[in-house]
Design a protein around this ligand. Structure first.
Ligand SMILES: Nc1ncnc2c1ncn2[C@@H]1O[C@H](COP(=O)(O)OP(=O)(O)O)[C@@H](O)[C@H]1O
Ligand SMILES: [Mg+2]
Length: 314
């Protein structure tokens, strides 16, 4: 595997600045997510690292070596996309073997590597099937198998779970994380799903409009967001943004729904920061209820495990 250094990388598409001087130091064996809303530059950065896009400025280094003169093939990067594009006319076995066949490897070695990848991914019994006879999750696993079979320098994934249904996504994210750990893979994982980034990553790089906002481990990004954008992007339901109690327009207060304590009929501890409002909506979410409380014309989200006292007031 390989460490990856992104140094002041810029990317312009004509007049569009897709990346403004982004720097990341990704350690050998580290799992890093690129997180942000649609259009913020995640895929562009991934392609710049892969060598699929030329950078407009800065440097990309693998294991400390500038890879500017290496094309996508020479970088030995494995890519997995959202639409995993398996070859429909080939069996699972041949799909996984494809990158090795292209390298004209000895067929005994190909068999060995394919069996190894299939075993790791629970595909051993499916090797003779056609991709059309697989479920979405199995196809995704074949795509991952095809990616890792040749021991790449790094695994780059662009929203690989977006096409799967909710249950399978949760299952596959655990599988991919386990695999990355087991193999010590260096992974760059693109997602717009903050929870996916949180649970999978060693560190998360949060992007907005082509600017890197923060690059930290998940709990640091959650607990100590560097700015309002990160604070509001990470966490679900979203952080509430409230005006300061003393009316100071320069200060805003961010309060996560889970950190809001509910008190009945305005009997708050006077030492606490408190807002008073009217319950507008109750959303049952299983382990908790989400509450929309109307405070001076804006909705504030709170959670509670117990709505016994308010159940009659929806
Ligand atoms: N080939 C291209 N030509 C022109 N603009 C592009 C091209 N690819 C991406 N962009 C622009 O660059 C920005 C970042 O895009 P992208 O990296 O695809 O975002 P993300 O993957 O975060 O959704 C967007 O404004 C997008 O429209
Ligand atoms: Mg994208």
């Amino acid at each position: 595997m390989s460490s990856i250094n992104v140094e002041n990388v810029r990317k312009d598409y004509g007049g569009v600045k897709a990346l403004h001087s982004v720097s990341l130091d990704i350690k050998d064996g580290e799992f890093v997510s690129l997180l942000g809303p649609s259009g913020c530059g995640k895929s562009t950065l991934l392609y710049c690292v892969a060598g699929l896009e030329e950078i407009s400025g800065g440097r990309v280094l693998f294991n400390g070596n500038d890879v500017a003169d290496r094309g996508a093939r020479e970088r030995n990067i494995a890519l997995v996309f959202q639409d995993y594009a398996l070859y429909p006319h080939m069996s699972v076995r041949e799909n996984i073997a494809f990158p090795l066949r292209r390298q004209k490897l000895d067929s005994a070695l190909v068999t060995k590597q394919v069996n190894w990848a299939a075993e790791l991914l629970g595909l051993t019994g499916l090797l003779d099937r056609s991709p059309s006879d697989l479920s979405g999750g199995q196809r995704q696993r074949v795509a991952v198998g095809r990616a890792i079979v040749r021991n790449p320098a790094a695994l780059l994934m662009d929203e690989p779970l977006s096409n799967l249904d909710a249950g399978l996504r949760v299952h596959m994210r655990t599988e991919i994380k386990r695999l990355a750990r087991e193999l010590g893979l260096t992974v760059l994982f693109v997602t717009h799903d903050q929870e996916e980034a949180m649970v999978m990553s060693d560190r998360i790089a949060v992007l907005s409009n082509g600017h890197l906002q923060q690059f930290d481990d998940p709990m640091t990004v959650y607990r100590n967001p560097i700015n309002r954008f990160v604070a509001e992007f990470i966490g679900s339901p979203k952080m509430n943004i409230l005006p300061a109690p003393n009316g100071n327009a320069k200060i805003i207060i961010g309060a996560r729904p889970h950190d809001m304590n509910l008190v009945k009929d305005g009997k708050a501890n006077t030492d606490d920061f408190a807002v008073t409002g009217t319950l507008a909506m109750v959303e049952p979410a299983g382990h908790v209820y989400f509450l929309d409380v109307e405070v001076g014309g804006t909705l504030v989200k709170a959670t509670t495990a117990d709505i016994g006292w308010s159940a009659g007031r929806r």
